[in-house]
Design a protein. Sequence first.
Length: 228
Amino acid sequence: MSDQDSQEIQTGGGAYLAGDVDIEGGDFVGRDKIIQHYQLDVEKLVNVLREALPDDDPMPQHLLDTLHQFQYFHTRLHEWKELHNGINDITIALGQFLREVERLDISQERVVARSLSRLWRPVAQKVTILLDWATTIKFIAETPFSQSESGLKGPKWAIELHVARTRVDECLHGGDVDTHLLYDATYDFDDAAERHMYQADKQLRQAAGELYTLSRIVLGSLAHEDHV
């Protein structure tokens, strides 16, 4: 091969090739590979199977049930992940406020609610964002979060975080602040956030495990078919 025939290819992912490159029948992969995603028309696929198979063949319904299971586990996994992220945002925002409450409890100095409210506001906002999202959940609780004159409804984590936030809000309402009451209310809030973060992580791992198990079963079946 002459110098004029040689090719230099910079892949952009860290791989470098000089010379002829033949990718017929496959993709050239450097460090990164672009994966194409195709929209699957499930209804069309199931109808084709039903037309091709005998009326009493259970395969189309089995396929549909399996895809519904994938959808269910993926949605549960997504909702538990969103809950984890929401509570994590709350605990991060809480850090500065919690340290100031601890300092004030030790020093016993007079506290003005206005200054503390500035530190609490980002925490309360994160709780509001999480509770707004909790009104839309479908798979990780029997009923979404709601608030009305009759009371609170929804998952335990949403109700407890709402109540714990309200206690801190009440401590900061007014002029002087009772640091003992605020300390207790703040740590009750922190305890609720940490406890429900742990439960969200546990459920997230469980949902991921269930999805992985289903994937192994289905992909194992495909591997078996490939070798038949």
